[in-house]
Design a protein. Structure first.
Length: 667
């Protein structure tokens, strides 16, 4: 009987049928696949596993997510076809600050104030919001053809995963790898939290470049400077005059002949009227600005390192809301940084100490979510000492236990491990996994006693002017150790990457879980190049720390999808492309095929709708050819062919086998 099939190929109808067929087969579940192979008497090969990068549960998936799944899915399907029980493990990320910012914005549009809701109500509503987005993302994943095992789908705030994250925290704390410290952090004044570098971006903004004279303290030095420079001091150039109130030195290069005679001398910090030294530092660029650099350890990451090197005083003069504070002239206290900058320039000009001021355009670090300029501040936070962890991760790369594709990115990852800095894992948020710590007498007391080793609670009370009920001890646990009421809960949340870095083993039940024994370590990690240091690097460090093994054998990096003009897609620019639009017009397979052909490892790919359309037309030709054959031949005319009837020595079969081996080599 001849088959009747539709004249036109409808990708939506056909792909839905195919998706349903795969779901009914249950082959995405590795245990079900293993059982099927056993029934058929087929040898079971080693399992193959990829922990899929969990998309943020705060919005619909974008075109980059959808295309990234194409690489992961093709590896999964290839390994199933070659007899490996395969686990593509899906999940959704609670995404800390990204979700909190998105949900806060939605509430604001509805006229609801986050602060009026309170932490508990906000958290519950945010949880519900995230689960709805997770369900939408799951439907989109299935729409692109992702053959993941959804019976195992996880959410990063699942209690089972949180339990493992807490176990890691307790272990690291006991071993001295996690600690509180006062260091410089990226602070978002609007979101009111510390940020990781990955949570910031750079934007070109208008600003100023001010040239300010710092007069020498000694009369003889002033006279020499007057003859040498035409001023009675040393001139520094800065784009942030407001930070000068926190200066504790001026640095010059030791080989800079202009300033060598002044090294060790002192200048008077204008307006603040404090004496600060001129120091020599080989990291100073003699060609930049005037070659003399104001050093503000509390408000510049570079200056912070200079300050540590030279044991400089650290003076905090800007708080987390970008307001002026601290030991500064009273008239500036409470001003925002821009207001203070203008006021200082005006006063410096009146004093004859502002020699020049230029309007400039320069790169400014901003919060990825709200676009507020980042304020580097000194803050007490929780840190991980990652150096010993990075050393072992580096060994895994060098021994080829794990390697990176493309190769050039492997050296970049090695360099990252070689130069790694302490990892700040605390965030001042309401959404996420609360750091399980309790403070006896409050966090301020604990931090003060830690910073002032050897001092007592009474001395804290005297200095702070506050009476406290407590000892300054801390307790680690989800609940307070007793009901005395003197224990204050830590309100900070873990950095999202702290939990995400543990996914390869936490999603398998931890190191005691049955899934762990079967599927850890995984074979591959596939994700975009831009999160190599933030995710794969940290998964390697945490995986080796908890299990003794690197969590994956291969890290395959793909680029990001760009707009047609090669720029980054952005909602604000209006140049984004909705995945549903592309799939609706051309089908998921056409989109996937375009990505395979255009997205080279580690390279970004501008979206090419014409190519996607061409792929749809190609599929249509195959459909029409198949339709022609099926409509012009009866099934009764086709003879059955057994395996034994196939001539394996024929040129066609041998050529096919040769191409299969060649293609398989690259998968």
């Amino acid at each position: 009987m001849k088959k009747e099939i539709p004249k036109a190929f409808d990708s939506n109808i056909q792909e839905e049928k195919i998706t349903k067929l795969w779901e009914e087969s249950k082959l995405s579940n590795p245990e079900k696949m293993e059982s099927l192979l056993q029934k058929k008497g087929i040898d079971i090969k080693e399992s193959f596993t990829i922990t899929l990068p969990p998309p943020n549960a705060n919005a619909n998936l974008h075109i980059g997510h959808m295309c990234g799944y194409s690489f992961q899915d093709v590896m999964g399907r290839f390994n199933r076809m070659t007899g490996h029980p395969t686990l593509l493990l899906p999940g959704k990320d609670h995404a800390g600050i990204q979700t909190e910012t998105s949900f806060t914005k939605i509430l604001k549009e509805k006229g609801i104030d986050k602060w009026e809701l309170g932490r508990e109500k906000f958290y519950d509503m945010c949880y519900e919001f995230s689960l709805k987005n997770a369900a939408n993302a799951r439907a989109q994943e299935k729409n692109i053809g992702l053959s993941a095992d959804y019976s195992r789908e996880y959410f990063t705030l699942d209690p089972k995963l949180t339990k493992i994250v807490y176990e890691t925290f307790y272990k690291m704390f006991e071993e001295g790898l996690i600690y509180r410290d006062k260091r410089i952090v990226n602070q978002c004044p609007y979101c009111k939290t510390a940020l990781a570098d990955v949570d910031t971006e750079h934007e070109e903004r208008r600003g100023i470049f001010a040239y300010i004279v710092y007069p020498f303290v000694d009369k003889e030095d002033r006279e020499i400077a007057k003859k040498t420079f035409g001023t009675e001091g040393i001139t520094v150039a800065t784009s942030r005059p407001e930070t000068m109130l926190g200066d504790t030195a001026v640095a010059v290069h030791p080989k800079d002949k202009r300033y060598s005679q002044f090294i060790g001398k002192k200048v008077l910090l204008p307006i603040a009227n404090r004496e600060i030294p001129i120091i020599a530092d080989e990291d100073i660029d003699m060609e930049l600005g005037t070659g003399a650099v104001k050093v503000t350890p509390a408000h510049s990451p570079i200056d912070f390192e200079i300050g540590k090197k030279h044991s400089l005083e650290v003076r905090n003069v800007i708080n987390g809301e970008a307001k002026m504070e601290g030991d500064i002239p009273e008239r500036f206290i409470g001003m925002d940084t821009l207001e203070c900058s203008k006021a200082l320039c005006s006063e410096l000009d009146e004093l004859g100490l502002l020699t020049d001021i230029q309007n400039i355009k320069h790169d400014v670090a901003v919060c990825e979510r709200c676009r507020t300029p980042i304020e580097p501040i000194i803050s007490n936070q929780w840190y991980v000492d990652v150096k010993p962890l990075a050393k072992k991760a580096l060994e895994a790369l060098k021994s080829k236990e794990t390697y990176v594709i493309p190769k050039g990115q492997q050296r970049a990852l090695e360099y990252f491990f070689e130069n790694i800095q302490p990892w700040c894992v605390s965030r001042q948020l309401w959404w996420g996994q609360r750091i399980p710590v309790w403070y006896n007498g409050g966090k301020n007391l604990y931090d003060w006693l830690r910073e002032n080793e050897g001092k007592t609670v009474k001395e804290y009370e005297k200095e702070s002017g506050k009476k406290v009920n407590g000892t300054g001890e801390i307790y680690l646990g989800e609940e307070a150790p007793d009901s005395s009421g003197i224990w204050e809960a830590e309100t900070d949340m873990f950095d999202t990457w702290f939990s995400s870095s543990q996914l390869p083993y936490s999603t398998l039940g931890g190191i005691e879980g049955e899934g762990y024994k079967q599927y850890y370590p995984t074979q591959m990690m596939i994700h975009a190049r831009d999160i190599l240091y933030w995710w794969s690097a940290r998964m390697m460090m945490m995986g080796i720390y908890r299990t003794g093994k690197s969590p994956f054998g291969v890290v395959f990096l793909h680029g990001i999808i760009l707009a047609t003009d090669g720029s980054k897609m952005s909602k604000s620019k209006g140049n984004g492309v909705e995945p549903s639009e592309m799939i609706g017009k051309y089908g998921a397979d056409s989109l996937r095929l375009w990505y395979f052909s255009d997205a080279l490892p580690g390279s970004n790919a501008p979206i090419r709708e014409e190519k996607i359309k061409g792929n749809r037309n190609f599929v249509n030709k195959i459909w029409n050819a198949s339709r022609f054959i099926l409509m012009n031949i009866d099934e009764s005319e086709i003879e059955e062919i057994s395996k034994e009837d196939i001539d394996t020595k024929s040129k066609r079969v041998q050529e096919t086998e040769k191409h299969i081996k060649k293609i398989s080599k690259y998968l």
